[in-house]
Design a protein around this ligand. Structure first.
Ligand SMILES: Nc1ncnc2c1ncn2[C@@H]1O[C@H](COP(=O)(O)OP(=O)(O)OP(=O)(O)O)[C@@H](O)[C@H]1O
Ligand SMILES: O=C(O)C1=C[C@@H](O)[C@@H](O)[C@H](O)C1
Ligand SMILES: [Mg+2]
Length: 189
């Protein structure tokens, strides 16, 4: 696999690196991550789901009862620990995880980071499916969400590989990713 931005050499063998999916809410990190993990025969970890299990409540409840800063702290602890201790996983981040510098640095230095790149126009088509379960959307106007979408995209640009997810099914995208990654395993150490 020819990576657009080759990963910083961390001493972790290429084959053992976690595959880490980033991107905006609704880009398909959870859906595609699950499929990709099956194809690669790897365990799948979804940061939102793992945090929910650790703290015994849905993300919406964590936001409602403890506030966003508490959620961001949980996210940072969970993901920086994961990057230190887990290998050979497929990991889907929450949409806001990569905004924290410590998470970004941990992921970029220990894993292969894929940005699932969705256009604003395509995202608008997913809005209805997201609004009830993404508290971050509930307090914002559409113009504010569009601004956040644009500013986050600049941060997601710090990745090892970008994949356009606008016009294909999750199955097609996961298959393309799996083929790239498996090809990379045969040539990279
Ligand atoms: N390629 C795709 N084409 C059409 N719909 C998709 C695609 N990928 C995901 N979806 C749909 O978009 C919605 C959001 O997907 P998903 O939960 O995987 O996003 P996410 O990136 O994990 O979001 P979050 O950051 O909030 O966790 C789901 O209803 C899913 O079925
Ligand atoms: O984009 C975000 O800030 C979020 C995305 C979700 O995955 C959850 O992590 C949470 O709802 C916050
Ligand atoms: Mg998700």
């Amino acid at each position: 696999m020819i990576l657009s931005n080759p990963p910083f050499s961390s001493g972790i063998p290429f084959r053992q690196k976690n595959i880490i999916l980033i991107g905006f809410m609704g880009a398909g990190k959870t859906t595609i991550g699950q499929l990709l993990a099956q194809k690669l025969g790897r365990e799948f970890l979804d940061a939102d789901h793992e945090i929910e299990a650790l703290h015994g409540m849905p993300v919406t409840e964590i936001f409602r009862t403890m506030g966003e800063p508490a959620f961001r702290q949980m996210e940072k602890e969970y993901l920086t620990t994961l990057c230190r201790s887990e290998r050979e996983k497929v990991v889907s981040l929450g949409g806001g995880s990569f905004m924290q510098e410590e998470i970004r640095e941990s992921c970029l230095s220990s894993g292969i980071v894929y940005h699932l790149d969705l256009s604003w126009e395509a995202w608008l088509g997913r809005f209805e499916a997201l609004i009830d379960t993404r508290p971050i959307l509930q307090s914002k106007s559409l113009a504010e969400v569009e601004e956040m979408f644009a500013s986050r995209k600049l941060v997601y640009a710090d990745n090892h590989h970008t994949i356009d997810v606008d016009a294909r099914t999750p199955e097609q995208i996961a298959e393309e990713m799996a083929q790239q990654i498996q090809a990379g395993w045969t040539v990279e150490r």
